[in-house]
Design a protein around this ligand. Structure first.
Ligand code: FES
Length: 173
């Protein structure tokens, strides 16, 4: 069966289209929604978004590749975005990142072997006063110095997976 949005996601897209001046502007929120829905933005997903919004695929591909928050490859159940921009760097973000890499057994940009976490080195997360800052899903973790990595990962493990609906994980009844 061809890839398609769930009825709930489709209704949300209609709602987004009503609120944005044109479908090109709606592209950003719809890509967010598509990522929530499918986990990452494969070529098929980008084509689906382009078709749904009736905008050129090139526009959708351009937007998806411009923003680091969009994943073009499969990601783990949770994505850790670790800021290493200036303010966070000055409070030890690189030490934190190295410790995260060590604990998860991966490098930034990779996914842990158990599929639980994808670690991404990110630009400013707008929490500069409380760095080093990290986001897991929609939750902020602040002042995450290297010594807090273990406790922070424990917290993150308790959070729900970030993308619920996935066409390949649907159970057939
Ligand atoms: S520099 Fe890290 S949140 Fe702004």
């Amino acid at each position: 069966m061809a890839l398609q949005f769930s009825p709930q996601a489709d209704a949300k897209i209609s709602d987004i289209c009503r609120r944005y001046p044109n479908t090109q502007a709606a592209c950003l929120p719809v890509l967010h929604l598509a990522q929530d829905e499918f986990g990452y933005l494969s070529e098929d997903v980008l084509e689906l978004v382009a078709a749904r919004l009736a905008v050129p695929s090139s526009h959708v591909f351009g937007v998806a590749t411009f923003y680091t928050m969009f994943h073009r490859e499969p990601v783990g159940k949770k994505v850790l975005m670790m800021c290493t921009n200036v303010s966070c760097m000055l409070t030890g973000a690189y030490e934190t990142l190295r410790k995260l890499e060590q604990r998860l057994g991966i490098k930034a940009g990779q996914t842990s072997a158990d599929g639980e976490f994808t670690l991404i080195e990110e630009e400013c997360l707008a929490a500069c006063a409380d760095g080093p800052a990290m986001i897991c899903g929609d939750r902020y973790f602040l002042r995450v110095t290297a010594d807090k990595v273990d406790a922070t990962l424990d917290e993150c493990r308790k959070l729900p997976a970030q993308h619920g609906h996935h066409p390949h994980s649907d159970k057939k009844h």
